[in-house]
Write a new protein. Structure first.
Length: 432
């Protein structure tokens, strides 16, 4: 009998071992899987207490696991190394997007997603309803401004190859003839933010969707509604490569700038000699009429005591190298930008952009104007700080001068190689 028990005991041991293996295979594996599921996705947390303004290092971060996905969190410390904390963070507290900022943010970041040197600007887009449902962050667009002027429509492409940062799918009443508008946030260069804001405030903005690989930009010009019905436009419109050739072959534009204090009588005499359209409360950038010797006119007015030279400066403007004149302090500053651009027919033009910045109780008020003229001859900038209420600002810009019966005028003489035409008038409205 005892001899028969030995094989039975051996068989029982083998069965026990197999059963134990099956048990661990079925249940222990599931327990490990359940434990992993309970741990949840990785989330980067602070390895120690961190102060506001700290630049994050690898040693400041560690990975923890949460039971559920945490919105706005990061899964890898490498995503945060070099970022700056916007708020204080305690040890083991998750690092979220709204608490950090980076000079080179990740695409699509909900906060701090504006690269250094750029600005996020929200605009109201009208008359582009079919594009709005498909427009998304990361798309590239052109911004087109439409306005009604003297009973006719006028369009100009304000900026090209602009990145969309966010899209609000909701529409809202636009007021006036805007119809309904959608809110789109775009990413622009810092120097273009004022231009976009001005176009959004004073015109109807449309968008044109670009191919994401198309980075080509062309010279922007204003188009009136009547130009659609002139057949000659199709054959005489300057090609983009012709305009680029004009810039590549052009000599730098030499500028002689003179800032003058003019009596009201002298200012009237100067304005009577320039080609200007209409009148009113507007800044004008205009050339002198054909046959007028601007130098002799200014000298005669100086001899009569009607003009006083406040300052003089020599500048050079070329493609990709804008010339800038600036005077005043942070409280009140006057700037004039000059840029060489390609004009119609492949000729070289000069873009003139006066800008006034005034600090008041409500913040900073910036007035921007822009005009474009052929790059040869003399031009006059008038209408800057031209109202009685602006005398205090003029006295801050140019102290020790009385402005009670005087106006500020800027005379610019431009000379570019190979061009002898007298510039024509260009004018922009004054926006307060």
């Amino acid at each position: 009998m005892k001899k028969n028990m030995g094989p039975l005991i051996g068989i029982a041991v083998v069965v026990a071992i197999i059963s134990t293996g099956v048990f661990y295979g079925l249940f222990a594996g599931k327990m490990r899987s359940a434990a992993t599921d309970m741990a949840g996705p990785p989330v980067v947390v602070a390895a120690r207490d961190l102060e506001r303004g700290a630049v994050l290092q690898q040693s400041d971060l560690r990975v923890a696991h949460f039971k559920a996905t945490l919105s706005g969190s990061f899964s890898s410390p490498q995503q945060l190394v070099g970022a700056t904390l916007l708020t204080q963070v305690k040890q083991n507290e998750p690092l979220l997007e709204e608490r950090v900022a980076s000079k080179a943010p990740q695409p699509g970041a909900s906060h701090g997603g504006v690269p250094a040197g750029q600005r996020a600007v929200s605009i109201r887009v009208s008359e582009s309803d079919s594009l709005m449902p498909g427009l998304k962050a990361g798309d590239k667009i052109d911004l087109q401004a439409v306005r009604e002027r003297n009973g006719s429509l006028e369009l100009r492409t304000v900026l090209q190859n602009v990145e969309v940062l966010a899209v609000n799918p909701q529409t809202q009443p636009g007021g006036g003839n805007r119809g309904t508008v959608s809110i789109v946030t775009v990413l622009t260069r810092a120097e273009d933010a004022d231009l976009v804001a001005l176009a959004d405030s004073g015109t109807r903005l449309r968008v044109a969707l670009r191919n994401p690989l198309d980075e080509q930009t062309e010279y922007s010009r204003s188009l009136a509604l009547s130009s659609l019905f002139h057949e000659s436009n199709a054959s005489t419109a300057p090609r983009a490569d012709t305009r680029q050739t004009a810039l590549n072959n052009a000599h730098p534009i030499q500028l002689q700038l003179e800032v003058l204090r003019a009596t009201s009588q002298a200012a009237s005499q100067l304005e009577s000699k320039i080609a200007r359209a209409g009148s009113g409360d507007a800044v004008s950038v205009a050339a002198f009429q054909p046959g007028v010797d601007s130098g002799e006119l200014v000298r005669n007015l100086e001899k009569q005591g009607g003009l006083e030279l406040l300052l003089s400066k020599t500048l050079t403007a070329s493609d990709g190298n804008a010339a800038k004149f600036r005077t005043g302090s942070e409280a009140c500053q006057l700037q004039v930008h000059f840029t060489a651009v390609a004009g119609a027919g492949g000729k070289l033009n000069l873009r003139v952009r006066p800008e006034i910045s005034l600090h008041n109780a409500g913040g900073v008020e910036t007035q921007v104007y822009e005009a474009e003229l052929p790059a040869n001859g003399s031009l006059l900038v008038t209408g800057i700080l031209d109202q009685a209420r602006d005398h205090a600002a003029l006295e801050r810009l140019f102290p020790k001068h009385s402005w009670s019966d005087s106006k500020l005028v800027i005379l610019v003489t431009a000379q570019a190689g190979g061009q002898t035409e007298v510039p024509s008038v260009a004018r922009t409205g004054r926006g307060r």
